[in-house]
Design a protein around this ligand. Structure first.
Ligand code: PBG
Length: 329
């Protein structure tokens, strides 16, 4: 005998058409931001072993890879610079040098793509400092806040001058967003937007990124990035960045922090981005290439989950591949 159920939720799952009709979340290629690495002194792209499929780029391969992303409907790239080891110093001065590798990468992209492709620049010193920290150090190895923020302002202005549409302060210094906004405005860059890394955790999921940028870091970033134990602290960080004028706020990493994304999405009046970081990418690639999971299916499920949690934009090394799958239906 049939049960007299008044509700049968399976009814809406019976056919692909019904499932599509009732899907609450959709990914679009334009949701994705592709992080990329431009490296100095290369004559060919250098594969990053812990991130299969991701490269340190030459100027040529940077343009080609950005072109492939754009062809699939990805409209934004996030550029990181990898200087020659000999060009690193205590203050990270190549970060704001007009001919520093990151600024040369930005202007190359801008010349090639104009406004077709949004160019976002990483605004942080860690790739450029000899000690690998995101800021300047005091005599005891502590990371100084306010003088570091001054360097970020100089860096952001140089990135805007090189052609960046967006700057993205990722160093978790207090007051960085307000200072950068003021610096950009007084240099005439009112339309350069700030994507603030607002809730950024001191995460082991960043592991492969350290190889990607040839990081010199010893130790950790726990005096400036957040403790993974904390939730409330993220709400404060995000609120401060909104008050300081952030155009976007970001949560990073993504998959282990869906609760944070969701809470931020509840109250943020500005778009909320999430960064699926290097370790998240590496784990999916590794399990996929071992045949332990279906790589494409897991990739799309992870991205969908990040969007369902409330992220509007997703920074992901999968951007082009995921967009291609979406375009193929
Ligand atoms: C530092 C920075 C990091 C990442 C982006 N910007 C590393 C860190 O904070 O140690 C990590 C990105 C990733 O893991 O994919 N400015």
């Amino acid at each position: 005998m049939d049960y007299p159920l008044s509700r049968r939720p399976r009814r809406l799952r019976t056919t692909p058409a019904l499932r599509e009709l009732t899907a609450e979340t959709q990914l679009r290629p334009a949701d994705f931001i592709l992080p990329m690495f431009i490296a100095d002194g290369l004559d060919q792209p250098n594969p990053i072993s812990s991130m299969p499929g991701v490269y340190q780029h030459t100027f040529d391969s940077l343009i080609r890879t950005a072109e492939q992303a754009l062809e699939q409907g990805v409209r934004c790239v996030d550029l990181f610079g990898v200087p020659l080891p000999a060009d690193k110093d205590e203050t990270g001065s190549q970060a704001w040098a007009e001919n520093g590798i990151l600024n040369r990468g930005i202007s190359h992209l801008r010349k090639e793509f104009g406004d077709e492709l949004l160019i976002m620049a990483d605004t942080c010193l860690d790739e450029f400092t000899s000690h690998g920290h995101c800021g300047l150090l005091d005599g005891d190895g502590g990371v100084l806040n306010d003088v570091t923020v001054d360097r970020y302002v100089e860096m952001a202005v140089s990135q805007a001058a090189a052609g960046a549409h967006l700057v993205s302060p990722s160093g978790m210094m207090d007051g960085q967003v307000a200072a950068i906004r003021e610096g950009l405005d007084s240099a005439g860059f009112h339309d350069v937007a700030i994507m603030a890394y607002s809730a950024k955790y001191a995460s082991a999921f960043f592991g492969p990124f350290r190889e990607a940028v040839g990081s010199s870091l010893q130790g950790d970033r726990r005096t400036y990035q957040q403790d993974p134990a904390n939730r409330r602290e993220s709400l404060l960080e995000v609120q401060l960045d909104i008050d300081e004028g952030a155009d976007f706020v970001m949560v990073k990493p993504a998959l282990s922090y869906l609760d944070i994304i969701s809470e931020v999405a509840e109250f943020s009046p500005v778009p909320v981005a999430a960064y699926q970081v290097s370790g998240e990418y590496a784990m999916i690639q590794a399990a996929g290439s071992n045949g332990w999971v279906d790589r494409d299916a897991v990739m799309m499920e992870a991205l969908l989950s990040i969007k369902r949690a409330g992220a509007n934009q997703i920074l992901t090394y999968f951007a082009t591949d995921a967009a291609r799958l979406l375009n193929q239906g």
